[in-house]
Ligand binder design. Structure first.
Ligand code: 5CA
Length: 445
């Protein structure tokens, strides 16, 4: 993409309403625009990152054997009356009446609707196990929408629902989700720690939240420092294996790690004092096991192996897709701007032309652009007439992990400069070598 043909409405001033770095930087980098409290448009740069996060979530869900569907944002109230949650959910639910006076709502979550799909089409245990998920916009009329996309009213969520014959199988689905979530976050360059949490309006006894540690996080968390040392890495786990998934869960939940809702001073006191950490975190996901809470009242049953009808065991599992964009920035920025991890960056590298209009420099930039594109890389080429300083400032602000700087002086020696946004280190090399290096960096991502 050439910057002169793009739509990148960066702001010079720091917006006064933004209290935390990610919100400030998303506005300054022209990623989002607020349309109403907690409701945002995603501008081109922000939309690209959102799509990248979404793609990783899709890939990891499908790697775990979960099946994508798409349910609507608007739901009929009857389904929620059946489960008993219509009245229980309270003012967070946006209730709508259509022209025929039918009660509808903008879905805050989809347990009822997916249970309805299940009961209409599945009747035998032979069709189990089954996990359906979608990535869809949700609406929750939060009392205090704040921090930009972190706590929105309209937000994008991955929500998945498992249907199993037995409690044991459903607990395997829970463990499998935990494993796939660890992998998902690490692929984005984020460490999210599973912590024992409260199940709130979703219900059930077993639940873990995934928290990214950050000073600006909304949740207070208590954990044993040993748990923060663990990394999932690129382990090759057989998602069908109950033992392998259970072993990962046991490892990652083997130390004290809880949100303030479930914090227990007595158990906490048993953690060696030098390992006790009290911090803040951003909740980027939550997994639940709630058994037959929805299947029983809604009649989602299957015929078991002995011929009897039994309600299925369920759980639901959410990832805050739009919140993750904010969380990624909280975890990856400096005073100049964003520093995207390679896995989610909106463009693979920036090309900065130091002497726009100079025939040789322009030609070198064009050649670099073509060579990168030919290798499957997507560059953002700053082909504007701005001063070099302004070009660097924009690149630093929008946070592309790599920048290739092309100027007449370097070209005389046959070199361009490759700069890492994270370390600030630059290296001179031929344009061909720069393209090869970038292709290598992105090959494993
Ligand atoms: N049905 C279950 C799991 S599918 C559910 O709704 N879980 S949840 O309430 O925990 O939401 C899942 C994730 O969505 C949260 O972990 C959080 O990352 C994200 N989320 C929740 N509320 C908001 C919000 N107001 N703004 C942005 N993201 C949110």
């Amino acid at each position: 993409m050439r910057l002169t043909r793009y739509f990148l409405p960066v702001l010079k001033e720091t917006p006064a309403e933004a209290q935390i770095a990610s919100h400030r930087l998303m506005l300054r980098a022209g990623m989002i625009r607020q349309q109403a409290a907690g409701i945002y448009s995603w501008l081109p740069l922000g939309y690209k990152v959102l799509r990248n996060v979404e793609r990783i979530v899709h890939e990891e869900q499908q790697r775990a054997g979960h099946i994508p569907i798409l349910m609507p944002t608007i739901q009929p109230a009857d389904l929620w009356q059946e489960s008993g949650r219509y009245n229980a959910y309270g003012p967070e639910m946006l209730r709508i009446r259509d022209r025929h006076d039918r009660d509808m709502l903008f879905g805050p979550t989809n347990e009822e609707m997916v249970t309805d799909i299940f009961r209409a089409h599945v009747s035998s245990y032979k069709d189990l196990p089954l996990t359906l998920y979608h990535i869809q916009w949700k609406f929750r009329d939060e009392v205090r929408p704040r921090f930009g996309v972190m706590r929105g009213r309209e937000f994008l969520m991955k929500d998945g629902y498992n249907f199993d014959l037995t409690r044991e199988d459903a607990l395997h689905a829970y463990n499998r989700h935990l494993v796939s979530y660890l992998r998902t976050y690490e692929r984005m360059g984020l460490q999210a720690i599973p912590m024992r949490a409260d199940s709130g309006p979703i219900g059930g006894d077993d639940t873990h939240e995934f928290l990214v540690l950050a000073e600006t996080g909304e949740s207070e968390v208590f954990y044993d420092s040993e748990i923060a040392e663990l990394r999932f890495g690129n382990r090759d786990i057989d998602y069908d294996s109950h033992e392998e998934c259970a072993a990962v869960l046991a490892e990652f939940t083997s130390r004290y790690a809880r949100t303030d809702e479930t914090h227990d001073e007595a158990v906490w006191a048993e953690v060696p004092e030098d390992r006790r950490r009290v911090a803040r975190g951003i909740e980027v996901g939550q997994i639940f096991y709630f058994g037959t809470k929805y299947s029983e009242p809604m009649g989602a049953t299957v015929q078991g192996p002995d011929g009897s009808k039994v309600p299925v065991h369920m759980g639901s599992h959410g990832i805050g897709v739009s919140r993750l964009v904010g969380a990624l920035i909280e975890a990856n920025h400096d005073d100049k701007g964003i520093i995207w991890p390679e896995g989610v960056t909106p463009f693979h590298a920036g090309i900065v032309n130091l002497r726009q209009g100079d025939a040789a420099t322009d030609a070198a930039c064009e050649a670099l652009y073509a060579a990168m594109t030919a290798k499957g890389l997507e560059p953002l080429y700053d082909d504007t007439d701005d001063r070099a300083g302004a070009k660097f400032a924009t690149m630093d602000l929008i946070g592309l992990p790599w920048r290739v700087t092309v100027g007449p002086r370097g070209l005389e020696k046959g070199v361009v400069e490759l700069t890492s946004r994270r370390t600030g280190e630059s290296e001179e090399m031929s344009p061909e070598a720069a393209v090869d290096r970038l292709a290598q960096i992105y090959a494993g991502i």
